[in-house]
Design a protein around this ligand. Sequence first.
Ligand SMILES: [Zn+2]
Length: 322
Amino acid sequence: MASQARKRMPHALLLAGPVGMGKRDFAANLVQALSCEDPQEGGQGCGFCSGCRLQRAGSHPDNMNLFPQEGRQTISVDQIRQVQTHLALKARQSNVKTVTILPAEAMTLNAANSLLKVLEEPPGKTVLILVTAIVSRLPMTIRSRCQRLLFSPPHQEEAQLWLRQRLPSSRERELKILLTLVGGAPLRALQYAEQDFLSLRKHFIKNLFFLAQDKADPLEIAQNHLKNDLGEPLYWMSTLVGDILRLKSGTSGKFLVNHDIADSLQLLAERTDFKMLFALLEKIDRDLWLWKGQISVNPQLLLEGLLIQWFWCFSEVNHEYT
Ligand SMILES: [Zn+2]
């Protein structure tokens, strides 16, 4: 399973979230990691090899950035044709070719349709990164073909005040994490508190950390958590993996969804690489979709499979980066 997961880097990534959340830096760091000839143990670019230097100088032949042309607001269909030409050529410097489109919502409808053809049949060893602050402006057909990574805004003062009045005995720290976990929605945060989801989350995450250190049995953890609805643990795992990805790209711990455990997540970030994390995120997303779609799945098997992949993701230090 590990080798299978290792080989997978998504062909298309959608980085979505408000302006100022570090999406652009994330994209740049990921492209550098993919271009590096001598990646660090955690998979990040070394910063010194010719791949890293060319990428930082903006002149790496295998990496393309697509912006609206000067004086224009949109990305045209002609620019997407250049993407097709770029991807049709063999990689010259690194193993993988990348295209970063920002902002992706600047694509005209024709441009988006043209890109769709690339997304439907992506050439081998390519990674397309779409960056957007307004995900709703992208056609659903584009969105559905990308692995999505959300960059959530930090909590809002007003929502925290509202919640404090309803939960007077809760500590500020708890209110803050409640709000961040539910994407800032106060009513949902209240529901979370009433169902004591924070304790469940704490217990589940503790088990995940033990598992990453090979100090817990995935089958036992799965059994323990089957009493509750699986939707929440799957969602928590997805936010954890998203946060670890953000930490790897240099995002500050205070901007994480799980900002209360940023230090522990940093330790996990150092034990794995981008590819393993994206493979894990993809599996969680797929399982979450299966679960929510109420397609008949065996919950025990589903959770066990995920926990085993989680273990693989963090237990092997020596990931290949090819
Ligand atoms: Zn390098």
